[in-house]
Design a protein. Structure first.
Ligand SMILES: [Zn+2]
Length: 219
């Protein structure tokens, strides 16, 4: 594979070297910057051949190419039971970054059948219409499960020497996580290359119905 390049290290020293040498990306811009495990996925770093690169530059002008790839990132999150997620970061989403995450119930109880607006109130005779568009609401069949980032500095500032002090179990757990991240980046890269072969960019003029308010002379 492209990002998952070598066989998994087996020794404490090998795992500590692998983890401390892994590419990282800065995840915030505050006074105390944090970093987390990452991979650069800029076009020139994906190992594409010439015709793939040319096609990629065209595909990336589309508004929805990321939608096709998000399924790969979602698959990783599901495999991790929502405890970790991968998010694109940087200019043109040029880096894939590993975050700690959690699944939570945002507390919504009903949704508008017309516009999809979510409400914290159950449908009742007193409250059955959408506050946004006035359409009828329905109660959700089960609570929503959304995901949010709870940690953006996985092993930030941890050195090779620090890692040698970790237990073998902790090192192995972290190795499994980071290699799963590497594999997910590989799967996403392969999906992108498949996209290049299976799609082409179509330019479409979309007519958007608009309500415009303008002054009309009345006298
Ligand atoms: Zn509505």
């Amino acid at each position: 594979m492209f990002f998952n390049t070598s066989a998994a290290p087996k020794t404490k020293d090998g795992i500590a070297k692998f983890l401390s040498g892994h590419p990282r990306y800065q995840t915030n811009s505050g006074v105390h910057p944090l970093t987390s495990y990452s991979h650069c996925v800029k076009l020139h770093r994906l190992g594409l051949n010439r015709s793939e690169s040319e096609k990629a530059a065209s595909i990336m002008q589309s508004d929805d190419y990321w939608r096709e790839l998000r399924g790969c990132l979602r698959g990783f999150q599901d495999d991790m039971q929502g405890r970790y997620q991968i998010s694109p970061m940087g200019r043109n989403s040029g880096h894939l970054v590993l975050f700690e995450a959690e699944v939570y119930d945002p507390g919504y109880k009903s949704t508008c059948r017309q516009c999809g607006h979510l409400s914290h109130q159950l449908v009742s005779p007193q409250s059955s219409h959408c506050g946004e568009c006035g359409g009828l609401r329905s109660n959700l069949k089960k609570p929503l499960s959304w995901s949010r980032v709870i940690g953006s500095g996985i092993d930030h500032g941890v050195t090779y020497r620090d890692m040698l002090d970790w237990s073998m179990v902790d090192l192995q757990d972290r190795l499994d996580l980071v290699r799963a991240f590497d594999s997910a980046c590989d799967i996403t890269r392969s999906a992108f290359i498949r996209l290049l072969n299976e799609f082409m960019l179509i330019e479409q003029v979309v007519m958007v119905p608009q309500t415009v308010k303008r002054l009309e002379r009345i006298c």
